[in-house]
Design a protein around this ligand. Structure first.
Ligand code: NAD
Ligand code: 6OD
Length: 501
């Protein structure tokens, strides 16, 4: 793997060389203030050092983005911009293994997962939005005027300007490019602040941008943390016209407050406490397999993962037995071990949080069906941030464990007796991101699927994505929709032209 930058530890002959990740501003990699460390969660070892962006670097990134909008990037014809987006996708694919290793080092996730999901979606996001932005319709209205004449109105889409992108650590390249690609497709210039836990693939994308000849300043990266660091500097910056954010609901509230000063446009993809529903008429094997994947994929660190599973009473025991077998078959360990299909949590801090919920569930009266602790691993993985996949029964629907987002490989299984009851229970949440309903009754599939108070309601599946569909949450799970033309609606503004004929 090659990552741009110098070795910050090169002066010490006793300390092994580490890649250092710089900020990418105006097409150049620039150093920042005091470097911070990034650990590989599978081993707990430091694998990179990162240059934190200070206010001067964030200012320079915004200025570079503004200059790009006035320069080559802002004047680039749509066909060439679309060609550029496809070239970026080609560039990611050409360095597939570098992206793969960078993502694995930051997240510790199994090789196969990053290989099949994270990196291909990073490239696909650019291809899809290169297509979506082609041939968009605009509105026209002919109107009668008071003097008996006519006027013609038509709207043109314009970019917002400089867009700040603040992204999380769970699917780093996937979720960052899910916003960068449509923002750039609409002609905006972007300043990205990746999670401090997972800065590597975003930095690498800077190298791809240079390699494909993207005009300087159209894509910028600033590294750092949230409060009092690059994240907050970006949200408060008067030159940034919009913030698109994926992360915790609590952080979304802070960003909303900071962004209010300049009335920035906001798009928020936030937390969830998603429900799955298994009716007795469902294909039970499919429901067990589908929901085992939903609960444990990426060690449960997927915003769409169900942490509450409501099961109709006649199939409760069979479902719990099946899910338990799936959980106990998962093998934790190092990413490059082919037999491993279960990675670590992102950090020691996050593991403490998840283990805190493991204890809380017991305090709230849970029966632990499986898991509830940390696995014993040997070798380098012994230093990793692993927890056991965990299933609970016996928790009350209104317990804290069943109301708060845990973001780990866990679920509470709760019985129900009627459709009306389960719809009420599933919707009784502060959040409303996604749901997954399992039934073989076609009418019920539509009825219950539509009754879910969420942005994305899956039936007999989970995390099946068509990137043209609206994506986002209701209630505390987010503001706005992205995906297909919905992304275009956020990342561009219609401007009406009225011509008196
Ligand atoms: P987080 O909110 O802690 O951090 C996300 C990003 O925000 C990071 O880059 C962080 O540095 C930055 N940040 C933190 N405080 C900030 C501040 N005050 N101002 C500006 N930036 C700030 O989230 P996380 O822990 O990285 O990710 C996990 C969370 O993300 C979970 O809650 C999960 O549900 C949510 N998530 C939601 C979706 C979705 O599509 N709805 C997708 C993925 C993750
Ligand atoms: O698939 C996507 O586009 C998307 N936004 C997924 C979100 C996953 C949350 O962790």
């Amino acid at each position: 793997m090659t990552l741009h930058g110098t070795d910050l530890r090169a002066e010490s002959p006793t300390v092994p060389a580490l890649p250092s990740l710089k900020n990418y501003v105006g097409g150049r990699f620039v150093e920042g203030g005091r470097p911070f460390e990034v650990r590989n969660p599978a081993t707990g070892e430091i694998h990179a050092l990162v240059h934190e962006a200070d206010a001067a670097i964030v200012d320079a990134a915004v200025a570079a983005a503004e200059a790009a909008l006035k320069g080559d990037w802002g004047h680039m014809p749509l066909a060439k911009r679309r060609h550029m987006l496809n070239a970026i996708a080609d560039g990611i694919e050409a360095r597939f293994d570098d992206f793969l290793e960078a993502e694995i080092a930051d997240t510790g996730k199994p090789y196969s997962l990053a290989h099949h999901l994270d990196i291909p979606r990073g490239a696909a996001n650019f291809r899809v939005f290169a297509d979506v932005v082609a041939g968009l319709a605009t509105e026209t209205f002919e109107q009668d005027t008071p003097d008996g004449g006519k006027a013609l109105n038509y709207a043109v889409r314009k970019p917002l300007g400089v867009v700040g992108i603040i992204s999380p650590w769970n699917l780093p390249l996937l979720l960052m490019t899910w916003k960068a690609a449509p923002a750039m497709a609409c002609g905006n210039a972007v300043v990205v602040k990746p999670s401090e836990e997972t800065p590597s693939t975003t930095t690498l994308l800077g190298e791809v941008m240079s390699a494909v000849g993207l005009p300087d300043g159209a894509f910028n990266v600033v590294h750092g943390f949230g409060p009092d660091s690059a994240g907050e500097l970006l949200t408060r910056h008067p030159g940034v016209r919009a913030i698109t954010f994926t992360g915790e609901t609590r952080t979304g509230k802070e960003i909303m407050t900071a962004a209010a000063a300049n009335v920035k446009a906001l798009s928020f993809e936030l937390g969830g406490k998603n429900a799955a529903i298994v009716f007795a008429d469902a294909d039970l094997d499919a429901a067990v397999s589908g929901l085992a994947r939903a609960v444990f994929l990426n060690t449960g660190q997927v915003c769409l993962a169900p942490e509450r599973i409501y099961v109709e009473r006649p199939v409760l025991d069979a479902f719990v037995d099946g899910l338990k077998k799936k959980a106990e078959a998962l093998k934790p360990g190092l990413p490059h071990d082919d037999s491993v299909d279960f990675g670590p949590l992102i950090s020691d801090e996050h593991r403490e949080k998840v283990l805190g919920y493991y204890q809380l569930a017991v305090d709230e009266g849970a029966t632990v069906i499986t898991g509830g602790g940390t696995p014993t691993l040997e070798g380098p993985a012994a230093g990793g941030y692993f927890v056991e996949p965990t299933i609970w029964t016996g928790l009350a629907h209104d317990s804290r464990t069943c109301r708060e987002e845990i973001f780990g490989p866990v679920c509470a299984v709760i019985p129900f007796d009627t459709e009306e009851e389960v719809v009420r229970l599933a919707n009784d949440s502060d959040y409303g991101l996604a749901s997954s309903v399992w039934t073989s009754n076609l009418s019920r599939a539509h009825r219950v699927g539509q009754a879910m108070e969420v942005g994305i309601s899956w039936v007999n599946c989970w995390f099946l994505r068509d990137l043209r569909t609206p994506f986002g949450g209701v209630k505390m799970s987010g503001i706005g929709r992205e995906g297909g033309v919905h992304s275009i609606d956020f990342y561009s503004e219609p401007s009406n032209i009225c011509i008196k004929l």
